[in-house]
Design a protein around this ligand. Structure first.
Ligand code: SF4
Length: 294
């Protein structure tokens, strides 16, 4: 009987848009592993996998080499590795899969900032074309409270640095992540951070306390009061009013979103604002599908 050719170190995560990509684990866990809202890798110690093990995983897919067009490097932040470690892996991927169109990975602004322009260009030339960056918030006080280890400045600098060498970015903001106390600044500064980077893709999801609210509060620095649905929608409205994007594919269609928005910012900004306003008027009366994009 046919079995999957490799065994992953669970748990394994990838962005929804990488559902048809081959996932190769380069590192295990996340080298930061402190963000208050994130439980993805709390069960794992951060480990750099041996090159021979990564190569073995890549080779295991040789029988399907022609069909593999996209590869996603896992786990949390493979860009923490030096180019000396990353480049042989990218070269091996390129040599193994003749129809490869793109390599992508999660990345933190700090890890991007640690690389020189030349290093980033070398990675992009080797096919690393898309970085998924969890910005979460543009507000420094909120970033501090959620222990993100980033600032507005580090985020803008890092993402623009990657984009300057030709990489694309897909970024995410978390509605409600700062709670009631931070909501105004979180909305405004999150819009401003997007305005400053003009990413190719952006999305929002709503804070979900996977291990319960008390656990989230215990990892949050300061007072946290969860937003109710109306407050989430108000935060979204404030964010959308301030966003000035020229050509960003925008999605708020993660399962956590009560209000689904899909389109391109800026051309769909007025439609999004109208949808948010409609939801504010009747927040509990409709299902998320009723508000669903187009
Ligand atoms: S950097 Fe990313 S993967 Fe690591 S703890 Fe924060 S959100 Fe989770």
């Amino acid at each position: 009987m046919f079995g999957f050719p490799i065994t992953y170190h669970e748990p394994l995560f990838r962005p929804p848009s990488e559902g048809r990509s081959l996932i190769i684990q380069v590192t295990l866990g996340c080298s930061w592993n402190k963000c208050s809202f994130c439980e993805m890798y709390t069960s794992k110690h951060f480990t750099v996998r041996k090159q021979e093990d990564v190569f073995q995983d890549i080779e295991a897919f040789k029988p399907w080499a022609d069909q593999i067009t996209k590869v996603f490097l896992a786990d949390g932040d493979p860009l923490v590795l030096s180019n000396k470690k990353l480049m042989p892996i990218l070269e091996k991927i390129n040599a193994t899969f003749p129809n490869l169109r793109r390599i992508s990975t999660y990345a933190s602004p700090s890890n991007i900032n640690r690389k020189s322009d030349e290093d980033l260009k070398e990675l992009q030339d080797a096919g690393l074309q898309l970085l998924y960056v969890g910005i979460e918030s543009g507000d420094d006080a909120t970033l501090e409270a959620i222990q993100k280890g980033e600032t507005f400045e580090s985020t803008v600098t890092g993402i623009n640095k990657a984009q300057r060498v030709g990489m694309d970015t897909s970024v995410m903001i978390i509605t409600g992540v700062g709670g009631r106390y931070h909501t105004e600044q979180h909305a405004v500064r999150s819009a401003e951070v997007l305005n400053a980077i003009q990413p190719k893709f952006a999305s929002t999801l709503v804070l979900t306390a996977h291990k319960g609210l008390e656990h989230y509060k215990s990892r949050f620095k300061g007072e946290f009061i969860e937003l109710n649905l109306t407050e989430q929608l108000d935060e979204m409205k404030r964010f959308m009013e301030k966003v000035e994007l020229k050509n960003t594919i925008f999605r708020s269609d993660h399962a956590s979103n009560r209000l689904v928005l899909k389109g391109v910012l800026g051309k769909d900004k007025e439609r999004f604002l109208a949808q948010i306003e409609q939801a504010i008027q009747d927040p509990y009366g409709k299902t998320r599908q009723v508000y669903g994009g187009y």
